[in-house]
Write a protein that binds this ligand. Structure first.
Ligand code: ATP
Length: 359
C-alpha cells in the first residue's frame, strides 16, 4: 500500500501565550516538492521542525510514510534537514562533515568516498573538501550543509531557506540543481522560504502560511491567478488592489464598479452585492499612448514613473482623475521606446483576469 509521504492532522504549537501554529491539516504527497511560504514569523520553521521531530506539537498527529511519528525521535525518522543556520561541525573538515551520517551508519570507506565526492560535486565544492568550516563563506557553508543532508538519501528532505545566504546567480543555479536532484532521487522535498519567486520556480504545490494558519494551498499558477484571500493576492506576486463595489444581478452574473469604469464580471463564488477588493495583475493591463476618446473598456491615465528592467517595463500610472495609481507591466520590444513620465495614456484591462474578493 502506498501512503502519502506526510500527513499532519490538527497540528498546533504554542509557546506559553504565543500560538506559533494554529490547527494545521496538511497532506504532503510522496515525491512532491512542497513549499512552505509566508512572511517572517508565520510559523514555517516551527512546522518544519515538528516534521523533523525537533519540536513536539502541542496538539495533533503526524504520520510519516503511514507511520505515527508524533513522538518519534528525529534520528528515527526517515527525514533529513538543511538548516537556515548551517549547524556544521567546526572541528571537522568539509569532507568529514558530509561523511558524518554515512560513518554513523557504518558505510564502507570506499562508498563513503564515492558518495561524499558526488555530493560535493553536486554543490560545486569538490575542491574544498579539505577546508575547515571556519575557512568557508556563509554560502559555501550552506552548500556543505546541503551536501551533508543529500548524502544520506533521505525519504524526506526538509530545506529551511537553504539558499538565503547565496548570491542571486548561485541561488538560481542551485534552484535548478535542487530540481534536478529531486528528479534523480525520487525524494519528497519540503522547502521553507519567504521568497515567492523561489516557491514558484521550485514547487509542485505551495502552502501559504499566515499567522500560524494555512491561507491557501495550490500549484504556483493556481496561487498566482486564483488567490482566495487578499493576503494571498498581495503576497503571491505583484498586484494592484482596487476598491470597488460588486453588483450581483442574478446567479453568478453581475458587474463590478471601479473608480475608472464598470465591468461585467461573473462571480464564481456568489459573493453578493457589496464592497469588494479587486486584484488586477500589472501584466493584464495594456498601456498605449492616448489617441482620441477611450473606447469600451478603456480609460485614460498619466504616466507617473517608469522602470525599464530589460525584459519588462513597469509603469506607475495615475488614473481616475489622479485619485488612484495603477502599476502596469509591458514586454518591451526592440525599437520601441519606454513612455516618459507625464505621457497621457490609454489603459485597458481584462475583467476575466480580475480576482474579486469581498471587502
Ligand atoms: P522566519 O521566516 O523569520 O524564519 P518563520 O515563519 O519560520 O519565520 P517561526 O520561526 O516558525 O517563523 O516562528 C513562529 C512564531 O513562533 C514566531 O512568533 C516566533 O517568535 C515564535 N517562536 C518560534 N520558536 C520559539 C521558541 N522556541 N520559543 C518561543 N517562541 C518561539
Amino acid at each position: 500500500m502506498t501512503h502519502n509521504s506526510i500527513e499532519l492532522t490538527g497540528i498546533s504549537k504554542s509557546y506559553g501565550e504565543l500560538t506559533a501554529l494554529g490547527k494545521i491539516d496538511l497532506t504532503i504527497k510522496r515525491n512532491e516538492i512542497l513549499t512552505l511560504l509566508g512572511p517572517s514569523g508565520c510559523g514555517k520553521t516551527t512546522l518544519m521542525r515538528i516534521i523533523a521531530g525537533f519540536e513536539t506539537p502541542t496538539t495533533g498527529k503526524i504520520l510519516i510514510d503511514g507511520k505515527d511519528s508524533t513522538t518519534l525521535a528525529p534520528e528515527r525518522r526517515p527525514v533529513n534537514m538543511v538548516f537556515q543556520k548551517y549547524a556544521l561541525f567546526p572541528h571537522l573538515d568539509v569532507f568529514d562533515n558530509v561523511a558524518f551520517g554515512l560513518r554513523l551508519k557504518k558505510t564502507p570507506k570506499d562508498e563513503i568516498k564515492r558518495e561524499v565526492t558526488k555530493a560535493l560535486e553536486l554543490v560545486q565544492l569538490e575542491s574544498y573538501k579539505n577546508r575547515w568550516i571556519s575557512e568557508l563563506s556563509g554560502g559555501q557553508a550552506q552548500r556543505v550543509a546541503l551536501a551533508r543532508a543529500l548524502v544520506n538519501r533521505p525519504a524526506v528532505l526538509l530545506l529551511d531557506e537553504p539558499l538565503a545566504a547565496l548570491d542571486l546567480k548561485i541561488r538560481h543555479h542551485m534552484l535548478n540543481e535542487i530540481k534536478r536532484i529531486h528528479e534523480e532521487t525520487s525524494t519528497t522535498f519540503v522547502y521553507v522560504t519567504h521568497d515567492q519567486d523561489e516557491a514558484m520556480i521550485l514547487s509542485d504545490r505551495v502552502v501559504l502560511l499566515n499567522k500560524g494558519g494555512i491561507e491557501q494551498v495550490g500549484g504556483p499558477e493556481d496561487m498566482y491567478w486564483s488567490p482566495r484571500t487578499l493576503f494571498a493576492a498581495k503576497f503571491f506576486g505583484d498586484t494592484n488592489i482596487v476598491n470597488g463595489v460588486y453588483h450581483q444581478n442574478g446567479k453568478g452574473s453581475g458587474h463590478v464598479q471601479l473608480p475608472f469604469g464598470r465591468y461585467d464580471y461573473a462571480s464564481k463564488s456568489n459573493i453578493g452585492t457589496g464592497p469588494v477588493h479587486v486584484s488586477i495583475r500589472p501584466e493584464t493591463l495594456s498601456i498605449t499612448p492616448a489617441q482620441g476618446q477611450p473606447s469600451d473598456g478603456e480609460f485614460v491615465g498619466k504616466v507617473k514613473d517608469t522602470s525599464f528592467i530589460g525584459n519588462r517595463v513597469i509603469y506607475r500610472v495615475a488614473v481616475a482623475d489622479g485619485t488612484l495609481d495603477l502599476k502596469c507591466q509591458q514586454l518591451p520590444t526592440p525599437g520601441t521606446h519606454t513612455l516618459s513620465p507625464g505621457t497621457q495614456v490609454m489603459l485597458a484591462c481584462k475583467p476575466e483576469s480580475f480576482v474579486v474578493l469581498p471587502a
